[in-house]
Design a binder for this molecule. Structure first.
Ligand SMILES: [Zn+2]
Length: 208
């Protein structure tokens, strides 16, 4: 893992006695082990964003969010299990933070903004694996990780507005809010980062 960080090499865990399909799809126990390694050893805590944003990412990754389907699974009565953004699918972690049209638009906008390959698997794990397979150095990877965590934070904030204050919903402003909040968080925490707002809006990866 050290080479992965210092020499920009890619490291993959090796598994024995597993189905090839599980390795390809990152499903089952392999997917979980891969994800655990990715999150805890490679991605880890991101010092570019506040602790509350890291904690939210950790809770999303573990599917510990009080989403409608999770509440129903715990026996709590909720008026609807549908995603409050689109009212089309059940509100699961992978849906509301990834595949829902509202969230997918944010991910596509992030890829265009940072000039990165499009995300094909919008699940929570799929987004983290996408990050891990990017051909970028560790500094840029940390920045993109910080932006992903910030996006999840803003999506959660927008989701709660739709549920609790629909009259002031700003779900169409998630991407704009993400760029404002992540700029403030990341530039305040990275003492060596002198990136301007204009450079940030253009593409922060170009000046790193
Ligand atoms: Zn939805």
């Amino acid at each position: 893992m050290e080479c992965r960080k210092t020499k920009e090499q890619t490291a993959y865990p090796i598994f024995y006695d597993v189905e090839p399909t599980n390795v390809r799809s990152q499903s089952g126990a392999v997917g979980k082990a891969f994800a655990k390694q990715e999150y805890e050893e490679i991605l880890g805590w991101n010092r570019l964003v506040p602790i509350k944003v890291n904690i939210l990412g950790w809770r999303i990754y573990h599917n510990w969010m009080p989403l409608r389907t999770n509440l129903v699974n715990k026996g709590i009565d909720v008026p609807s299990v549908l995603c409050p953004f689109c009212l089309n699918s059940e509100e699961s972690s992978d849906h509301v933070f990834g595949a829902c049209g509202v969230a997918a638009r944010v991910w596509n906008n992030i890829c265009k903004w940072l000039d990165l390959p499009l995300i094909l698997d919008f699940s929570v794990l799929g987004i983290l694996i996408w990050l891990d397979t990017l051909s970028v150095n560790s500094k840029k990877q940390k920045l993109i990780h910080g932006i992903i965590l910030s996006a999840w934070w803003i999506i959660w904030w927008a989701r709660n507005e739709v549920v609790f204050q629909p009259e002031v919903s700003r779900k169409d402003l998630i991407f704009d809010s993400l760029r404002i909040y992540s700029f403030s968080w990341i530039t305040n925490r990275d003492g060596k980062n002198t990136i301007s707002w204009t450079e940030w809006l253009k593409n922060p990866l170009l000046v790193m």
